[in-house]
Design a protein around this ligand. Structure first.
Ligand code: VGL
Ligand code: ZN
Length: 205
C-alpha cells in the first residue's frame, strides 16, 4: 500500500506569504493532477502558537536567519509563519483537499520546532503519522510539498529511517533556498539516504 504525503502546502510558504518559497504555488496543480495515483493521501500542516520560539520576533534584537541555541541545539529563527488559525496557516487555495484522508499538525509546542512530519526536532514527540501509516498498512511513501530543503527533506529522511520505501516527487516540491544551493544539497542528501527521485510525468505514465 502506498501513500502520498503532502508537506506544508500552506499560504505562508506560497508567494506573498511570510516565509515565501519561490514558485511554491506552482506545485498545487501538479499535486492535484497526480492525486488519483495513490492508495492514501495525507497532509502535514505547520501549526505554531503565536509565542513559538522559532520566530525571530519572539527574541529581543533577533532577525530572521539568525541562529540561536534552543534546548541545547542550534535553531534558525524564522519570520512569524503558520500561526494557528491564521490565514497564513491555511492550505493554499486550489489544493484539492477532497481526497485527503487525514491531516497531521506539527510545531505546536512553544519551545520545540518540528520540521519533519513524523517527529519534532528533538525526536521526542510523534505526530501520529507513523502510527497511522502502520495501522493502514502503508509501506511506500511519495513525498512532495514545501519547503524541499526544510520540512520535505526532514520528512523524507525520517521516512527512510522508519523503513519506508521513499520517493521524492521533484516537480511537486520547491526549495526556499535561504542559502543558494540548499535545494540541490537537499536532493543529494536525500539520494544518499536512499530516497528515490521521481517526476509527476513518470508517475502518470
Ligand atoms: C518550514 C521553516 C519553518 C517548512 C516550516 O515547512 O519547510 N520551514 N517551518
Ligand atoms: Zn515552522
Amino acid at each position: 500500500m502506498n501513500a502520498l504525503i503532502l508537506v506544508d502546502l500552506q499560504n505562508d510558504f506560497a508567494p506573498g506569504g511570510s516565509l515565501a518559497v519561490p514558485g511554491g504555488d506552482e506545485v498545487v496543480p501538479v499535486v492535484n493532477r497526480i492525486m488519483s495515483r495513490f492508495d492514501h493521501i495525507f497532509t502535514t500542516q505547520d501549526w505554531h502558537p503565536e509565542d513559538h520560539m522559532s520566530f525571530a520576533a519572539n527574541h529581543p534584537d533577533k532577525e530572521p536567519g539568525e541562529v540561536i541555541r534552543l534546548n541545547g541545539k542550534d535553531q534558525i529563527l524564522w519570520p512569524v509563519h503558520c500561526v494557528q488559525h491564521s490565514e497564513g496557516a491555511n492550505f493554499i487555495p486550489g489544493l484539492n483537499l477532497d481526497p485527503v484522508q487525514k491531516n497531521f499538525r506539527k510545531g505546536m509546542e512553544q519551545s520545540v520546532d518540528s520540521y519533519s512530519g513524523f517527529f519534532d526536532n528533538d525526536h521526542q514527540t510523534s505526530s501520529g503519522l507513523h502510527e497511522h501509516l502502520q495501522e493502514t498498512g502503508v509501506d511506500t511513501l511519495y513525498i512532495a510539498g514545501l519547503a524541499l530543503d526544510v520540512c520535505v527533506m526532514f520528512t523524507a529522511l525520517d521516512a527512510r529511517r522508519l523503513g519506508y520505501t521513499t520517493y521524492l516527487i521533484e516537480d511537486a516540491s520547491r526549495a526556499v533556498n535561504l542559502k543558494p544551493g540548499d535545494g540541490e544539497a537537499a536532493v543529494s542528501k536525500l539520494k544518499d539516504a536512499g530516497v528515490q527521485c521521481i517526476t509527476s510525468a513518470e508517475l502518470m505514465s
